[in-house]
Ligand binder design. Structure first.
Ligand SMILES: Cc1cc2nc3c(=O)[nH]c(=O)nc-3n(C[C@H](O)[C@H](O)[C@H](O)COP(=O)(O)O)c2cc1C
Length: 250
């Protein structure tokens, strides 16, 4: 146990860059950057989302209060999240603030090397206008794509979060997967520490944005990896769940 702790402490240090020859990263070897978003398949349904310019939530809430009163919320009302609210929360966590240029696009959250290695899946439990199922956010189009309808979704979410029952009472569960290669392309074996940092930025923005619309969320890092990967339909190797956050009205 002590050995593993010592070894894992090393993960938190920026020492890999001293050991690794960065001239050998795929980026430095001239390999084109991977796409910033997974493709949409031909038969998939795309749902447009209300756009950023019409968000007028939280006019009376300021950032100072959003920071001051942020806390993890594990009790949600039965009220559905509206599509506009979900749209706002998606934009606040992964929305683009520039178009794609040289294989990257700036977003509303920071990311090491602007690699943004996450995809955002939504387990839509109570979102007005959406059938229960797994959706994926498309930052480029600011839209959702339906990955699959899922029966007994709340029960499956609870099971995949090791019985944390409040996760199945949320309107929408934000499930972030990572595609490590997006970061490895630039940083090679030094990529993984940056991926972990980046996940924190995304979730913190969700906390603050939720606070501004009388909703709430709770970061979740304790879950069953294989059940969660299976729920969103990823291979657990080139893409896997890294973090999640059930979100609902409070
Ligand atoms: C990385 C991380 C993982 C967490 N995992 C869980 C979790 O699995 N279940 C849970 O109920 N809360 C989880 N939390 C929420 C913490 O328990 C919560 O942030 C902490 O108790 C402080 O409370 P506050 O967020 O209200 O300030 C997690 C928080 C973080 C940042």
């Amino acid at each position: 146990m002590r050995d593993i702790i010592t070894q894992n402490r090393e993960f938190l240090k920026d020492t890999l860059r001293l050991k690794y020859d960065f001239s050998q990263t795929d980026q430095n070897r001239g390999i084109p950057a991977p796409p910033i978003q997974k493709p949409i398949l031909e038969n998939q349904t795309v749902i447009s989302l209300p756009k950023e310019k019409i968000f007028d939530f939280g006019k009376d809430k300021n950032i100072v209060n959003a920071i001051r009163y942020r806390k993890s919320k594990r009790k949600f009302t039965l009220e559905s999240l509206t599509l506009e609210e979900l749209s706002f929360l998606l934009w606040a966590t992964q929305g683009l603030r520039s178009s794609i240029h040289n294989g990257h696009a700036f977003r509303v959250v920071p990311s090491a090397g602007c690699r943004h290695s996450f995809e955002t899946y939504i387990a839509a439990i109570e979102v007005s206008g959406l059938v229960q199922g797994i959706y994926r956010y498309l930052p480029i189009e600011h839209a959702l794509v339906l990955e699959k309808e899922v029966e007994e979704l709340p029960e499956k979410v609870i099971q995949a979060t090791l019985g944390q029952s409040f996760t199945g009472e949320a309107g929408a569960v934000f499930i972030w997967s990572c595609i490590p290669y997006r970061m490895e392309w630039r940083y090679g074996p030094a990529a993984h520490r940056a991926i972990a940092f980046d996940a924190g930025h995304v979730c913190q923005n969700l906390y603050l944005a939720a606070q501004a619309i009388s909703a709430g969320t709770c970061a979740i890092a304790a879950y069953n990896q294989s059940l969660m990967d299976e729920l969103i339909g990823v291979d657990s190797s080139d893409e896997f769940v890294i973090y999640l956050a059930p979100t609902g009205k409070v």
